[in-house]
Design a protein around this ligand. Structure first.
Ligand code: GLY
Length: 253
C-alpha cells in the first residue's frame, strides 16, 4: 500500500532531454497538461502528492523515479548513470529527508537509475543496464541487505531500463514484455505478457489495486483488467518522446 508520492514538474528545457525515441521534440505545454492529469490520477488513487518545482538546469528532472529508491526501511539516493542527470539528486534528497530518517547513497564509481529497480515485496530486482553499472548494483545490494532486504541482478540486452519492460502489480502478477518474457529470473510470476506491438505499455504503475496505464494500448489494458485491476489511462505522448514511462514520473512510498 502506498500513501505518498513525489513528483517534479517538467521544465521548459525538457525539449533537450535525453532520448533514443526518434518521435520528435516534446510539446512543453501539452507535457504540462499531461503532468497535471498524472498528479490528479495519483490523488485519485489515494496518495498525498509532494510536487517539486521544475528546474531548468536539468531537462530530464521530471523523471524523478531515477533519482531515488524508496523502501519501507530506508531511502537510497541514486547516482544516475547519465552525466547530465547527476545533479537532479540534490533536490530529491532534500524532499526525501522530510519523510525518511535512514538515507543512504550510491557513490562514484557506482551508478544506478531508479528505473532499473523493481521492488517485489522485500526483494529488489536490479537491472544491469547502460545506466546502472556493476559497482552501482553491488553498492545497492549491500545497502538493501543492511536493511534486511534482498536483491538480485538482471542484465539487460537492449531496453533502456528494467522497468521499460516489467511492472509488478502485486499478488504475484507481473506485466512483462520483449527481452524479459523468457528469462528464468521471472518464471515464478503469473506473467501478463504485453504484445510486441504494445511494448511501451509494459511500463505501468500499480497503486493500491489500481493501475495507471498509457492511453492507446487496448490489448494491454484488457489483459490488466482481466487480471482484476481497475485501470486509469493517461496520455503519455510527450514523455514517450523522451523515453519516459508512467513509472518514471513519480516516487511512490
Ligand atoms: N529521458 C530520460 C532518460 O533518458 O533518462
Amino acid at each position: 500500500m502506498f500513501k505518498k508520492a513525489i513528483v517534479r514538474k517538467p521544465s521548459k528545457s525538457m525539449v533537450k532531454g535525453l532520448t533514443t525515441a526518434k518521435l520528435g521534440s516534446p510539446d512543453f505545454n501539452l507535457a504540462l497538461i499531461q503532468h497535471q492529469k498524472y498528479i490528479e490520477a495519483l490523488i485519485e488513487c489515494g496518495l498525498d502528492v509532494t510536487i517539486l518545482d521544475a528546474d531548468e538546469h536539468f531537462p530530464d528532472s521530471t523523471f524523478v523515479e531515477d533519482t531515488a529508491i524508496l523502501t519501507p526501511n530506508c531511502a537510497i539516493i541514486t547516482n544516475p548513470g547519465a552525466l547530465s542527470r547527476k545533479g537532479e539528486v540534490l533536490a530529491i534528497e532534500k524532499a526525501v529527508s522530510g519523510f525518511y530518517q535512514n538515507i543512504e547513497k550510491i557513490v562514484d564509481k557506482g551508478t544506478v537509475d531508479g528505473g532499473d529497480i523493481m521492488m517485489v515485496d522485500k526483494h529488489f530486482y536490479i537491472g544491469r543496464s547502460e545506466r546502472t553499472n556493476r559497482e552501482g548494483a553491488k553498492q545497492l545490494t549491500e545497502i538493501l541487505e543492511k536493511y534486511e532486504l534482498t536483491a538480485s541482478t538482471v542484465t539487460l540486452e537492449k531496453m533502456l531500463h528494467l522497468k521499460s519492460g516489467l511492472s509488478y502489480l502485486e499478488n504475484n502478477n507481473l506485466v512483462i514484455t520483449d527481452e524479459f518474457v523468457e528469462r528464468s529470473d521471472f518464471k515464478k510470476f503469473n506473467k501478463l505478457i504485453v504484445n510486441e506491438s504494445e511494448v511501451y505499455a509494459a511500463n505501468c504503475v500499480w497503486i493500491n489495486d489500481q493501475v495507471l496505464i498509457a492511453t492507446g494500448y487496448p490489448k494491454t489494458k484488457q489483459i490488466i483488467e482481466k487480471a482484476g485491476y481497475k485501470t486509469i489511462e493517461l496520455d503519455m505522448s510527450e514523455y514517450r518522446k523522451l523515453d519516459g514511462g508512467l513509472s518514471c514520473l513519480s516516487l511512490r512510498f
